[in-house]
Structure formats: structure tokens, C-alpha cells
Design a protein around this ligand. Structure first.
Ligand code: SF4
Ligand code: SF4
Ligand code: SF4
Ligand code: FES
Length: 1001
């Protein structure tokens, strides 16, 4: 945002403003007390409420809808403006019953309550008018009460233009307008994705989280007849007392709530977008999640971050250690469990050496916890057999970037993606896997004309919205990327000055492209040559290109090569070292970036410092007082093979459902069964835990302090909102207990001390301190010792000795399991919006399980016709590696002989990875999950649909540009309050007296 560049006058004083910004922003900065019910800075001017009327150069206007201009003379306190605001607010109150003392929204932040107070409203001139429609409480997470709805349209604006789900509208032409879902359907069964944007921005209690209802206030839980009597009582005394004393009573009640409602800042525990918000709790009850100004998300959330927290209080939580006996598991004390772990680790190390043990950190737990896990492995046990689940998804993207630009992280921030001229998504179902990040793309595409190209097998939401949707043959992205690069060079369209100044190895790269003609690419990928030319043109013409990619690229045999090809293309076109451009490998888990940053890898300690670098080991030895093992350890893919080979005997794994999310589950399960000693640390008794010898109960994110690092390299703090349940403990405490039983003598009492150690050892995190991350503050690595961070990587060059990037001559690695006669269908798999990964946490939220009760296989209409299938049919899918039995969903999202199966299931026998094999990316060993072929056997044709009709995928959105306030202004009964005053009172104002308030529709 540029700084102030103009001066204007406000109530006689001179103030700075930015040309064209909403005048209301300048007034707010000047701390003018101005009502503003519908205005929300993250939504922009909506102009429905008319409560912000001011006088500008003699005319009454809405301050939110008026752009700031140099020299403007603004008067806020003139009587006509004041009267217009009062008139406007009185109209709003006719739509809303002020029963604050018995309202769950009376928590000090209700805009309607606070505006009533700010304006000193004594009485309503227009009595409250009940609306003819009933409360809709069909959605499992929130309800809409038309009687309380002031028709401000914030929810509509948020749904249409911020979340861009385009479900909500207001029927402005109706006699009694209200908010509509899909033009008038019940909420459950509409296209609503339950992201909660609308609820979060509603300025009153018309839209409310169900978890708040009857819970927030002292008196809000009272039964309906009594509740109605209480409301009637307030209404009866209002004419004689006026609102002021009534509001005072409600504020005393609201202040009392502060005694039992805790608001704790946290960071979402699901995906890598890293949304942050406050979680409101009353004892252990989660009242709501309130996003306000998260650095990555603002007010945005998706269904999981807003509503997916029931797992924290699930009765299925592990609350005590478990030890395996012949007959099953028995509860044990922490002492007994820790002694057993220490004894067995010591025995196995003594018998077979430290490399007979392995450690797996979790991408769900904090940076501090990942750090301690690798410290335990290296400094206490003495092995580099250490990994985390980035091996399953992100390692190829990281390698592709290291090879070319030197840092394995996103080039910029989500805001760069938002401002790019062109966004290209490759192998990413962004709207479901990174929902809030996708909202920024949808918003820019819808409102700003950002170009969008999606390249994927499936026609998912962003593919449907894209300007160009391209469906290459599976596993062939490398070929079309290289063909586009070659074409750009051939046409002389490369960014020559950028290449000359900042990039090495152009000649070698050019030579590596030799065979990648457009004709060759068309033959291999199936993409028409004209389409490839168009992609090339779009990139060179765009004002900044961001390429987003995810598991469709990385979970292939050549994932690292394709990731390198993406980065090459960006270098060639000068799309690094500038805002609104760059490489964005979208990190899956909330802390998958952090787990790798923390050195939970076999070849790196923290900050990607190599374990085989003597200088690095010397620095660590000085800090830790022990020598580190020097040679690379096993990654988790190699660990499974090593167990089968009898070389690896013990494993300590935390927060990872390895048996279901590693590929080739049957092979992994067989390995886990062979371990001599297996420790699993988790929040639930996972399927992986069923193979353990000891299970340790861990605490989820809401029960601990720490930091997560999101996909933008953004480090954010989370604070403990709840005490650990039962005997569970935060992972960092447990790891310390294990380490100390092995003689480590660690003395951490708070994760901030662990972060201080990380900062001392890690140049990328050098300036990170808990103080600098206080509250909603965040830092994007590299963070320099003085605390300066790096939102945009590569500002002054690339982290290579000569400061230049390197074009990498990558090689095509074709799929190894293309469909054959026996296995004739391509089997694709991935996430769904509602669930996270296998669903161990999200299935515990009843509303989510209701929306998506289990898994299924998506079948194209053509294939369904060919095989006589319909939605609800049950099939057996058989691959070279295993088989699953699943219901069918017929959908146009998939085409031809391609299948798609979401990875969420509660039934281990049905897991996607019963079908995938052990073949993996050659450089990083990331399993080639997406390179799988199956055959399909029909078990039954008729059956219930696997996805209930209440799922949003059956809805019918009603796209429009925001709230369409012009339709309100065109109502016969609408008069701009300023205009009516002008006409009625013959004001001296030079009012335009038009009925719309002079603003643009
Ligand atoms: S999708 Fe649903 S929850 Fe999200 S803003 Fe729209 S109506 Fe609200
Ligand atoms: S439901 Fe929507 S229109 Fe009604 S008060 Fe809330 S945000 Fe405003
Ligand atoms: S799952 Fe991802 S997009 Fe959804 S709220 Fe959490 S961090 Fe945000
Ligand atoms: S704040 Fe509602 S019209 Fe300006």
C-alpha cells in the first residue's frame, strides 16, 4: 500500500490521505468517531447502511463510498450529516431487536450494539418489524436469523467477492428482503462450503456459530418462553427508560463474560496456508474461532479452521500412555512407559548401533517439537535416520528450487499471488487443498481481471473458473513445460536482460530442450500446439506470473525434474526478484515447511545446513556438547525398506499416520509389524499406533505454545488455549522426557527457549524471537539477526556464491505404471475440502462427517456408461499392490478412463494407499502416488450415494458482483437519508438530492 500522497481537510484540520482510498479510511485514521455499520476494511465499501454520511464540499455523501481527493473539505459534525446518520441507523434498527443482555453476541465487539452506543440512541422511531421468514438452522455449524438481520450485506460481499463461493445474495426487490442461499434454498444443501466468512463478518447476531448459542452469556442459555419474556421486558421499559441505561446493564453483563471467556491467538492446525485467529473458549468448550487480521488470511478461514475443532475434546483422545501386551494394549504410567522406551532404545543401540533406530517428526506439530525430535536422534541417540512427511509431498519441489534458485521456499507471499498478472496452477486442487489461498486467486480473477491457467487432470473448481484449462496426459507436465520454454527461446521472447544479469547456464539449458518441440509435446501430453503457444504468450505478456504447484507434480517419478522445469520457465521469463511473480510450491500440512526447516531430515540439520559439512557439525557440537553423526541417514521411504531388510529395528514416530499415508500401505504395514520396538506418539490411537509397542498421548495445537511456519515461510506463534487433556502432554515435553531418560539432561521449561537455540544455530531463523512474534506478528525467513525478515525472496540476487540463479538441464522421467490391458484405468488421488488428509482429526467433527461421511471413487460419465455404473454402485479397485472396495460417485470432474479417490477414510482397509506402489521420485524418494493404474470390478450397481445431498457440491451458486446495492437504491421506498433531509428541510447544502447518495452502483 503506497503512503499518503494528498492532503484533505477534516472538520477544519489538515490530514494526509491516499488519492482514491475510501474517505472513511482517512477519517478513521484521523480518529473521527463516525458510525460505519456495513464498512469493513477487508471487504471495501458496500454502501448499504448509510450510517457513515458526511458532508464533502457541501454535499452529503457516504464516507465509505467516496474516494479521497486532494483538497476535499469534509465536515462530519454538521447537523444535516448527523441527522442523516441517525435516520439511517434508525432504519437499520427496525430490522433488529436490541436484546443485548440475553444475546450471545454481546461480547464488546458487536457493531450494532457499539453503534447504538456511539450514536447515543435513546429511542427507535421505527418499531422493530419481524420478518416473514423463519430461522434457518439447517447448517451444522451456523444459523441465520432473518429477524436480526439488518441487511448490511457484509455476508454477501464476503461470500461473493472475498471467499468467492457466490452462494449468498439479497433479494432487494422483495417486500421484505433477506439473505438468500443459492437464491432461496435451505443453507444445508446449498452451495455453501461452510467457510464461515459470512459469520465472521456479520456485524450482529443474525449469523452466528452454533457453538456460541446459549453458551456465551450469563442468561443466553435460557429456554425460549423465558427468553421471549426477557426480550419483551426490555422492549416494555425502553419507551420510558431509553436505550442508554439498558445498554449500560448489558455492558455490565458483557464485562462479566470476560471472567470466563478466554480469547487465545492460535494458528490453524490443518493446511499450509497458515490462517491465524483467536479461539474463544469457556472452560474446555470452544465457543468460536474468530479471524480478524491474520497476516496470511485476514478474516478468512475454511470449514476446517473455522469449525473443525471438535477433535480436541473428542472422547477418543489418548489420555494415558499405552503398552502392548500379548493380548492388546494396557494403560501405563508415564514412568513405566518412559522407562521401557529408554531401556529398549539403549538395548537396541548397544546391540546394533545407533543406525538401527529411526525417528520421524510430524508436520502437524510445532517447529520447536520438530527441532527436539532431530536433536534427540542426532545428539542423544547418534543417528541421522530422521525424516518428516515432506518426503511424501514437498521434497521434489524443494529440490527443484534449490537446484535453480537456491532456496526451497515460496518466492513471495500470498499477497504476491494475489497481485500477479497471471497465475498458473499445475497439479494443484487449490480451492480444496489450500482454500484460503485459493480465495485470493478467485478474488483477483473475478474483480481485477487476473488471468488464470489451470493444468490438471481433474476439472476442479479453479479449473472451471480458469481462462484456460489444460488437461495433459498423466505424468507429462515436464514435457509441456519444456516445450513452452523452448518455444519462448525460439521466438526470442525470453527476458534477455534478466538472464544476462542474474542467470547462469543458459546454453546448457537451451541444449537440454532440443527435443522438446511443440509437435513432440503435443504427441506426448495431448495438449494442442496452439494451446502451448497461448501459454507461452500469456506468460511473456503478463505483468508477473506466479506458478503454483502441488502433489499432482511432486508425487510422480520425475517430481523433482518437473519442479526444476517450472523454476527454469520462471527464470527464463524473468519471473523472480519482483513482486507478484515467482514459484509457489503449496505446502500441504500446517508445518510441513517448518518441520523441514528444523532439520527433521536425514541429510540436513536446521535451515538446510548439511550434516556432512564439518563446519556445521562443529557449530552444533559447540552448542550441544556432543559430536553429530556425519553421514546422511535414511529417509522414511528408505526406512521402510531397511525394516524389511532387517537393518532398522526401532522407530519413534510422532503425529504421523504413516501406515495409511505412506504409499503401498500393505508393504508399510508389513514393515511396521517387523519392528522390534515401535513408539508412536499421537493425539489419537491411529491405525499406525496399532503396530506400536508403546503409545504416548500427545496434546494438539490448542493445548500448547509454539510456532508454525506456513507455505509463505511465515513463522507464527500459537498460544495455549486449553490445558492438556487428561494425562496427555505437548510433544516437546514428551521428547524431553524421553531424551532425559536416555541421559540428555535437557532443561527446557518453555518452547521460547527452544526457539532461542534454533535461532543460535540457524542462519535462516537467526532473528526469530518469541517477542518479535508476539500476538499476530509474524516473520518470513530468512530472518536476519536484527529481526528484519524477507517477505520477497531474491531481492538482491540468489543465494549462490555469485548471486546468480542456475538454469538446470532436467531430464524427463516417464510414468512407470501407465495403464495396461490388465490395469486399464489411471488412478488419481488427493484431498477434499472438508477433510484433512486421512481425516483422523476432521472425522471427529460431527458436522464435517455429516457433509462427507467417507470416501468414494469418482468415475466419469463415459466410464460409468461403459461399465454400467451409477452413483452409489460399489466397485473393487485392484492395482498391482492391493485392492479396495469403494462406492462410486459419477461426476464430470474426472474424464475418460481416469479415476479419482479422496484420501479421507475411517476404514484402513479402504485407504487410497492400499493401491499405490513403492516406486518414487528418483532424486528425493517421494512416492509416485499419482502414478498408479488399476482395474475396476463391479460388485453391485445400486446403492446409496456416498456424498449426501447436503454436500455443497450439489448446490447451485448465484454469482454476482458483491451485494448489488444499486438494486436497493432503486427500490421505490428507498431514499438516501441525506437527500430526504435536503428535500424536507430545504437545507442550505448544495445537495444533489439524488436518491442514491451520489455513489456508484
Ligand atoms: S460459502 Fe457459506 S459459509 Fe462461506 S461465506 Fe458463503 S454462505 Fe457463508
Ligand atoms: S446476516 Fe448478512 S446482511 Fe444480515 S446482518 Fe449479518 S452480515 Fe448483515
Ligand atoms: S485449513 Fe488451511 S485454509 Fe483452512 S483455515 Fe486452516 S490454514 Fe486456513
Ligand atoms: S458504512 Fe455503510 S454506507 Fe458507509
Amino acid at each position: 500500500m503506497p503512503g499518503p500522497d494528498i492532503q484533505l481537510q477534516i472538520d477544519g484540520g489538515s490530514y494526509a490521505a491516499r488519492q482514491g482510498e475510501p474517505l472513511i479510511d482517512a477519517l478513521n485514521r484521523a480518529q473521527v468517531e463516525l458510525p460505519q455499520v456495513c464498512y469493513h476494511p477487508q471487504l471495501g465499501p458496500i454502501q448499504t447502511c448509510d450510517t457513515c454520511v458526511v458532508e464533502v464540499d457541501g454535499q452529503l455523501v457516504r464516507a465509505c463510498g467516496t474516494p479521497a481527493r486532494a483538497g476535499m473539505r469534509v465536515r462530519t459534525a454538521v447537523q444535516a450529516a448527523q441527522q442523516a446518520r441517525e435516520e439511517a441507523f434508525d432504519r437499520l434498527l427496525a430490522n433488529h431487536l436490541l436484546y443485548c443482555t440475553v444475546c450471545d453476541n454481546n461480547n464488546g465487539n458487536c457493531t450494532v450494539h457499539n453503534t447504538t452506543k456511539l450514536m447515543g440512541v435513546q429511542h427507535q422511531n421505527r418499531p422493530f418489524q419481524p420478518k416473514p421468514s423463519a430461522v434457518d438452522d439447517s447448517n451444522p455449524f451456523y444459523r441465520y436469523d432473518p429477524d436480526q438481520c439488518i441487511l448490511c450485506g457484509r455476508c454477501v460481499e464476503a461470500c461473493q467477492n472475498l471467499q468467492v463461493n457466490e452462494t449468498l445474495s439479497i433479494d432487494w426487490e422483495a417486500e421484505s428482503p433477506r439473505v438468500l442461499w443459492d437464491g432461496g434454498r435451505e443453507i444445508n444443501g446449498s452451495s455453501c462450503v461452510s467457510c464461515g466468512h459470512c459469520v465472521s463478518v456479520c456485524p450482529c447476531n443474525a449469523l452466528m456459530e452454533k457453538s456460541m448459542l446459549g453458551e456465551a452469556g450469563y442468561f443466553t442459555g435460557i429456554e425460549l418462553p423465558m427468553f421471549n419474556s426477557a426480550v419483551a421486558l426490555v422492549k416494555n421499559v425502553e419507551p420510558s427508560l431509553g436505550y442508554v441505561p439498558i445498554l449500560n446493564i448489558s455492558e455490565i453483563e458483557a464485562a462479566g463474560r470476560e471472567g470466563y471467556i478466554r480469547r487465545t491467538k492460535t494458528v490453524c492446525t490443518y493446511c499450509g496456508v497458515g490462517c491465524s485467529f483467536e479461539v474463544w473458549t469457556k472452560d474446555r468448550h470452544i465457543l468460536k474461532v474468530e479471524p480478524t487480521h491474520g497476516p496470511a488470511n485476514g478474516v478468512s478461514t475454511c470449514i476446517k479452521g473455522k469449525f473443525g475443532w471438535d477433535y480436541v475434546n473428542s472422547p477418543e483422545r489418548l489420555t494415558t500412555p499405552l503398552i502392548r501386551e500379548e493380548w492388546g494394549f494396557r494403560e501405563a504410567s508415564w514412568d513405566e512407559a518412559l522407562n521401557l522406551i529408554a531401556r529398549r532404545f539403549r538395548e537396541i543401540r548397544a546391540e546394533s548401533g545407533p543406525d538401527a533406530l529411526a525417528f520421524i517428526a510430524s508436520s502437524k506439530t510445532t517447529n520447536e517439537e520438530a527441532f527436539l525430535m532431530q536433536k534427540l536422534a542426532r545428539a542423544v541417540v547418534g543417528t541421522n535416520n530422521m525424516d518428516n512427511c515432506s518426503r511424501y509431498c514437498q521434497s521434489p519441489a524443494t529440490l527443484g528450487l534449490w537446484r535453480t534458485v537456491g532456496y526451497g521456499g515460496d518466492s513471495g507471499s500470498i499477497s504476491d499471488i494475489e497481485q500477479a498478472g497471471l497465475v498458473i496452477g499445475i497439479g494443484t486442487n487449490t480451492a480444496e487443498s489450500h482454500p484460503v489461498l485459493a480465495t485470493r486467486v478467485k478474488r483477483s480473477h473475478k474483480l481485477r481481471g487476473q488471468r488464470l491457467i489451470m493444468v490438471d487432470l481433474r476439472e476442479h473448481e479453479l479449473a472451471r473458473r480458469a481462462d484456460l484449462f489444460v488437461q495433459p496426459r498423466p505424468g507429462t507436465d515436464f514435457v509441456w513445460l519444456n516445450a513452452v520454454s523452448r518455444y519462448i527461446l525460439e521466438q526470442g521472447l525470453e527476458k534477455k536482460d534478466f538472464l544476462a544479469r542474474w542467470v547462469n547456464d543458459l546454453d546448457g539449458f537451451r541444449a537440454s530442450l532440443e527435443g522438446y518441440t511443440l509437435a513432440h509435446a503435443e504427441a506426448v501430453t495431448g495438449i494442442a500446439q496452439d494451446t502451448l503457444r497461448q501459454i507461452a504468450r500469456e506468460i511473456v505478456q503478463a505483468d508477473g506470473t506466479c506458478i503454483l504447484w502441488a502433489m499432482g507434480v511432486t508425487q510422480q517419478m520425475g517430481g523433482s525434474e518437473t519442479s526444476s522445469a517450472i523454476s527454469n520457465l520462471l527464470l527464463l521469463t524473468g519471473n523472480y526478484m519482483r513482486p507478484g511473480a515467482g514459484a509457489y510450491p503449496l505446502r500441504g500440512h500446517n508445518n510441513v515447511q517448518g518441520a523441514s526447516d528444523m532439520g527433521a531430515m536425514p541429510n540436513y540439520v536446521t535451515g538446510y545446513q548439511k550434516v556432512d559439512d564439518p563446519g556445521v557439525r562443529a557449530r552444533y557440537a559447540a552448542e550441544w556438547g556432543v559430536d553429530l553423526p556425519a553421514s546422511r541417514g535414511l529417509d522414511n521411504h528408505e526406512m521402510v525398506h531397511a525394516i524389511h531388510a532387517g537393518e532398522l529395528r526401532a522407530m519413534y514416530l510422532k503425529g504421523e499416520e504413516m501406515s495409511l499415508v505412506d504409499s503401498n500401505s500393505n508393504y508399510v504395514d508389513a514393515a511396521l509389524e517387523k519392528l522390534d520396538f515401535f513408539v508412536v506418539q499421537d493425539v489419537f490411537f491411529s491405525h499406525t499406533a496399532s503396530f506400536a509397542d508403546v503409545v504416548l498421548p500427545a496434546s494438539p495445537s490448542l493445548e500448547k505454545d509454539g510456532t508454525f511456519t506456513n507455505t509463505e515461510r511465515r513463522i507464527q506463534r500459537l498460544y495455549r488455549a486449553l490445558e492438556p487433556r487428561g494425562g496427555s502432554r505437548p510433544d516437546w515435553e514428551i521428547i524431553q522426557l524421553v531424551a532425559n531418560r536416555l541421559g540428555a539432561g535437557w532443561t527446557y521449561t518453555h518452547p521460547s527457549q527452544i526457539m532461542a537455540e534454533i535461532a543460535r544455530l540457524t542462519p535462516l531463523y537467526a532473528g526469530v524471537t518469541y517477542e518479535r512474534l508476539e500476538g499476530f506478528r509474524s516473520l518470513q525467513w530468512p530472518v536476519h539477526p536484527d529481526g528484519t525478515d524477507t517477505p520477497l525472496l531474491f531481492k538482491d540476487g540468489f543465494p549462490f556464491p555469485d548471486g546468480k540463479a542456475r538454469l538446470y538441464p532436467a531430464q524427463f522421467v516417464p510414468p512407470v505404471e501407465p495403464p495396461t490391458e490388465e490395469y486399464d484405468l489411471h488412478f488419481n488421488n488427493g484431498r477434499m475440502l472438508e477433510h484433512f488428509h486421512e481425516g483422523n482429526m476432521t472425522f471427529k467433527t460431527g458436522g464435517i462427517a455429516q457433509k462427507v461421511p467417507g470416501t468414494f471413487v469418482e468415475v466419469s460419465p463415459e466410464l460409468a456408461g461403459e461399465r454400467g455404473l451409477q452413483t452409489g454402485s460399489v466397485v473393487r479397485l485392484v492395482s498391482r499392490h492391493g485392492a479396495v472396495r469403494v462406492p462410486v460417485l459419477v461426476t464430470e470432474r474426472v474424464s475418460g478412463h481416469q479415476l479419482y479417490m479422496p484420501m479421507n477414510t475411517q476404514d484402513a482397509a479402504q485407504a487410497v494407499n492400499r493401491l499405490t506402489g513403492s516406486h518414487a521420485d528418483l532424486s528425493t524418494h517421494t512416492p509416485a502416488y499419482k502414478d498408479t493404474a488399476v482395474r475396476l470390478e463391479v460388485l453391485s450397481v445400486d446403492g446409496p450415494p456416498p456424498l449426501p445431498r447436503t454436500n455443497h457440491r450439489y448446490g447451485h451458486p448465484t454469482p454476482q458482483n458483491g451485494v448489488e446495492v444499486g438494486r436497493k437504491w432503486r427500490r421505490p421506498d428507498y431514499v438516501f437519508p441525506g437527500a430526504s433531509l435536503t428535500m424536507l428541510e430545504g437545507s442550505s447544502l448544495n445537495a444533489r438530492a439524488d436518491r442514491s447518495g451520489g455513489a456508484d452502483d
